[in-house]
Design a binder for this molecule. Structure first.
Ligand code: UTP
Length: 304
């Protein structure tokens, strides 16, 4: 019997250099997609998968993140006085009841593996999830919930994967893939992992995205690990070291992933999520106007 996933680690201590100057004072994970910060989507996804303890690995200047999950009594009172009950409900939904939130600091941005290692004492000796909030997945069943179902049967370590264009392999952890169920919801055997390989050196085009289910033994590897690509302690290298000792599988999730650590990916996510919101009518028309101004009513003689 596999042990259920009760804890999720959210590494949010990166520098977010690709979004400067927006991320000078605001953490990347607080950037909004439509009207919710990225971290909100990540926490909601973990909760939907049954996670009850959210562990944020933060850094200096990340107080905005901690404040976001804290109550803002002054704001609540002001909304109440104005009778804004819908807005009050939206605030209440940020930190669902019964969910525990913890924060640990990463003293310096020494890499994703190092960030996960900082959560060791809070995770303890049990399997856990890692969610990178800047990877946003739009799916009917949230990505981590899909993984949790498959994990209940496989155990071991499970990594969400998707095919990327070969020209992009240098941005991601890439699989040396073995047996492949080659269908949405299917497993891919992981024979090896390479962090950010050049397109010509990449063993496949299957990339890990920011959703992992990991066994606690990963911490031993992370403790002893030497820095890898970019001089950082890489999570990919630590997972690769577990191959052969524990099951390590890729999981072809169903849904669409947006790389919100990248400006184009983040902008596309905003458009996709806005188009999916029934309370935001007119977005489609605005986009049509932008892309084809000649079709605007004032340019075709029609009425607005
Ligand atoms: P990225 O590779 O996107 O790095 O990190 P970054 O610093 O956030 O952004 P850029 O590349 O400078 O624009 C992937 C994830 O790992 C976390 C980040 O917060 C992000 O969620 N991370 C990375 C840490 O928590 N600590 C680190 O030392 C490095």
């Amino acid at each position: 019997m596999t042990r259920p996933i009760r804890k999720a680690v959210f590494p949010v201590a990166g520098l977010g250099t690709r979004f400067l100057p927006a991320t000078k004072a605001v953490p990347k994970e607080m950037l909004p997609v439509v009207d919710r910060p990225l971290i909100d989507y990540a926490v909601a996804e973990a909760e939907a998968a049954g996670v009850a303890h959210m562990i944020f690995v933060t850094a200096r200047d990340k107080t905005a993140l901690e404040d976001h999950f804290d109550r803002n009594v002054g704001l609540e009172e002001a909304l109440e006085a104005k009778g804004k009950s819908a807005e009050l409900e939206r605030l209440a939904a940020i930190a669902p009841e019964g969910v525990r939130l913890s924060t640990v600091r990463q003293p310096a941005p020494l890499g994703l593996g190092h960030a996960v290692r900082c959560a060791r004492h809070l995770v303890g000796d049990e399997p856990f999830a890692v969610i990178l909030p800047d990877d946003l997945v739009m799916a009917q069943t949230p990505c981590l919930a899909q993984m949790a179902v498959r994990y209940a049967g496989t155990g071991g370590n499970l990594l969400a994967v998707q095919d990327v264009p070969r020209a992009h392999t240098g941005r991601y952890g890439i699989l040396d893939a073995g047996a492949d169920e080659a269908r949405p919801g299917g497993l891919v055997e992981v024979r090896g992992l390479v962090e950010k390989p050049a397109p010509e050196a990449a063993p496949s085009t299957l990339s890990i995205i920011g959703r992992y289910i990991l066994q606690p033994e990963i911490f031993q590897v992370l403790e002893s690990g030497e820095p890898g690509a970019g001089g950082e302690i890489q999570l990919t290298d630590a997972i690769a070291a577990l191959i052969g000792r524990q099951p390590v599988n890729g999981f072809r999730f169903e849904g669409r992933r947006f790389d919100c650590g990248d400006r184009r990916g983040w902008l596309t996510a905003n458009v996709a999520f806005a188009l999916d919101r029934p309370d935001l009518p007119g977005v489609r028309e605005s986009l049509r106007d932008l892309l084809d101004p000649a079709a605007r009513p004032e340019n075709t003689g029609g009425a607005e």
